[in-house]
Design a protein around this ligand. Structure first.
Ligand code: 6OG
Length: 159
């Protein structure tokens, strides 16, 4: 992606520990009612890595100690001229206990029970790559905010 392309930068952290994935039920704002990893917008003056750590802490109460970037997902919404570039991080180790916050109610799911029917429709397309340890880039077009109309996804050797 060209550096000059206007876009919004966001983060998303998935914790995978003991065969389970930590997801939060979003209680307010964008994606309310969906389970998702923890994340949000990158703020002025912080790096993308710092934003990922901050949003994870704010929304779940835990601090990941082995977080690695694994994917870059670009979302195009028909009602937003700016593309959303979501940097996806993966971690297996963390400090603290997940706790419910104003934004998210955290729950552990076995990999076989990941609730894709109450998640964004792009998720089943890239979670298997993430959980298999691969790095990936994806592009997704949505209409009416939540209907996925087209996508491309590729495994990459570096991000
Ligand atoms: P806040 O509004 O909470 O940031 N996000 C998406 N995650 C998935 N899995 N699929 C999508 O498909 C998404 N669009 C946005 C990025 C929004 C959070 O939601 C994620 C952020 O973690 C369209 O600050």
């Amino acid at each position: 992606q060209k550096e000059s392309t206007a876009r919004k930068l966001l983060t998303l952290v998935i914790i995978h520990s003991d065969g389970k994935v930590l997801l939060g039920l979003k209680k307010r704002g964008f994606g309310k009612g969906y389970y998702n990893g923890f994340g949000g917008k990158v703020e002025k003056g912080e790096t993308i890595d710092q934003a990922a750590a901050r949003e994870l802490q704010e929304e779940s109460g835990v601090t990941a100690t082995d977080m690695e970037k694994r994917g870059i997902l670009t979302f195009h919404f028909d009602n937003d001229p700016l593309a959303w570039e979501v940097h996806v991080y993966y971690a297996t180790k963390f400090l603290g206990e997940p706790c419910e916050t104003d934004e998210m109610a955290p729950t552990w799911f076995s990999v076989a029970d990941i609730p894709y029917d109450v998640m964004w429709s792009d998720d089943p397309l890239w979670y298997p790559l993430l959980l298999a340890g691969q790095q990936f880039k994806g592009d997704f077009c949505f209409t009416n905010t939540t209907t996925l109309t087209s996508h491309t996804i590729e495994v990459v050797s570096s991000l």
